[in-house]
Design a protein around this ligand. Sequence first.
Ligand code: ADP
Length: 378
Amino acid sequence: MAYRVGVIGGGQLARMMVPPAVHLGIDIRVLAENEGSSAAIAATAVGDYHDVDTVLAFARDVDVVTFDHEHVPQRVLRALVDAGVAVHPSPEALFVAQDKIVMRQRLTELGLPVPDWAAVHDPAELGAFLAEHGGQAVVKTARGGYDGKGVRVVRASSDADDWFAALAEDGNGGALLVEELVSFRRELAQLVARRPSGQIVPWPVVETVQRDGVCAEVFAPAPDSIGRVADVAEQIAYTVAESLGVTGVLAVELFETDDERLLINELAMRPHNTGHWSIDGSTTSQFEQHLRAVLDLPLGDTDMHHDWAVMINVLGGPTSGTLADRLPALMDDQPGVKVHDYGKDPRPGRKVGHVTVAGDDLDELVFRARAAAEFFEN
Ligand code: ADP
């Protein structure tokens, strides 16, 4: 019988798991938040992932449950495990990715390099951290943030009053994460995949360019990274994956500081925007590898087809019409560009697709990929 994978969440990450599932004969099903989701090209149930009965019913017909996002509550994850469902990554691993304070605590316990940080409960504690860090810092909400929402540079203890007020309203005694404003030369991401039985396979470390907290461009591999940077990044990701028992794809977002250290910014335990280039640039894409890993199948090679791959997000989409309307002209103009359309309605700032170009001349690839992405955004 075919392997059956259930994905909770109907976004573009679930959507991009569908082609490799089809190729491998894997029966993939999605539990989406609403009708017409990006992943609705697969067999899709619509339901609320906060509801235990809905998720248990969805899980009945699959061999393993995995995720398009990390927001499924722990009580739902535990109910799945209690019912004997295979869940990858596990609730214990996901717990660390769900809360930025827990993440900083665990990484610190593991002796891994992170920015200076503290959990702060009120403006006075924030003020104390600012005083110790040159009067500037980055405050983050512990939960629910994505694409830079929930991240703010602060220079006064009153700069996060609204978030402290929201915490007080919740009444859970929660805290905000505050960390040093890292002076970085660039941002990197190290992706690996790990099977439950332990095999780990990395991709090359990549450079990521963020705009307004959103991943905009990715260069694979990160220029000038061969040697120390690549080795340290890989070592960090292996330690995280093994120590936390991560299964499936793990993305470790890193800062390369001006004084040449690597610090961990974030962890994601699922395919990640910084790995999209692998669909067109690597023997095994992150989406195929994630499916193989969560099914505990042997992992694929991750060598690159060319020296470089450049991935650029299409943000917002065309001011009129859809990506599809512009495809013929783009295909005619740039037959070497790979276009990925997430089937979403254009909306300012929204990730509606991405383009990838692979080849041997990085400058030329960047030029072509930017031109293609811009063609879809105007
Ligand atoms: P999200 O979870 O919303 O993606 P991140 O924590 O990854 O948020 O932060 C988004 C972006 O904000 C990062 O990619 C980086 O550019 C910037 N950033 C985050 N933390 C820091 C920091 N401590 N110092 C400097 N820049 C930061």
